[in-house]
Design a protein around this ligand. Structure first.
Ligand SMILES: [Zn+2]
Length: 201
């Protein structure tokens, strides 16, 4: 889906480039304008595409927003408290009481439910539960964190994301925009939530 968009973008851009060059030649503009302007734009565009790939590829700590129709529906809220406590204790123990992303064992630990989305069939399926420190978990649910915490904590989360993923702050903002645009598209749908074969909602 994303690759198709990039290919389509390249095709549209190449067509514009031809039109642009043709336009300048038609009006007998100086040759250097007819050549350099479109060429410069072409390289700028490709640079943007390449840096976008770098931003989204191979991230260790990703933002995982939940579509609006699924807010408040989770294993934590649906399982009886004792069952949920048993499950998360096991998750913490299996991870040796350390965050599975950044390795921090000093902070409060959270059990994060990782979901996979089938947008065509509107299915949200549980992949697994992982042990995370509070900071990594706050990054995972950045949308919610922004509603709950102030600017100071959010900048800390941005810095944490950059440190774990070895990226720049500007990469974070590009990535955040991509993720929230995707989640906005999911907001119009109603997802069936599945845990194994069990349908939660
Ligand atoms: Zn962590």
């Amino acid at each position: 889906m994303i690759k198709n968009k990039v290919i389509l973008g390249h095709i549209v851009f190449s067509l514009l480039l031809w039109g642009y060059t043709g336009f300048y030649t038609w009006y007998r503009a100086p040759q250097w304008i007819a050549v350099l302007l479109p060429l410069g734009s072409f390289f700028a565009f490709n640079f943007m595409v390449i840096s976008w790939y770098r931003v989204t590829d191979g991230l260790k700590l990703e933002i995982e927003p939940i579509p609006i129709s699924s807010w408040g529906i989770s294993l934590a809220s649906r399982l009886p408290k004792e069952e949920w406590d048993d499950l998360r204790t096991k998750v913490y123990r299996d991870a040796d009481y350390k965050c599975e992303i950044c390795g921090n064992g000093e902070e409060q630990l959270h059990c994060h439910e990782q979901w996979a989305f089938d947008d065509k069939r509107s299915i949200q399926k549980l992949v697994r539960c992982i042990c995370l420190c509070k900071t990594c978990h706050d990054v995972k649910h950045l949308g919610r964190s922004k509603e709950v915490y102030g600017k100071g904590h959010i900048s800390l989360l941005v810095r944490h994301w950059c440190k774990i993923n070895k990226r720049l702050e500007q990469d974070f903002y590009m990535y955040e925009k991509e993720i929230f645009t995707l989640n906005k598209k999911r907001a119009d749908k109603f997802y069936v939530i599945k845990v194994g074969r069990r349908i939660l909602v």
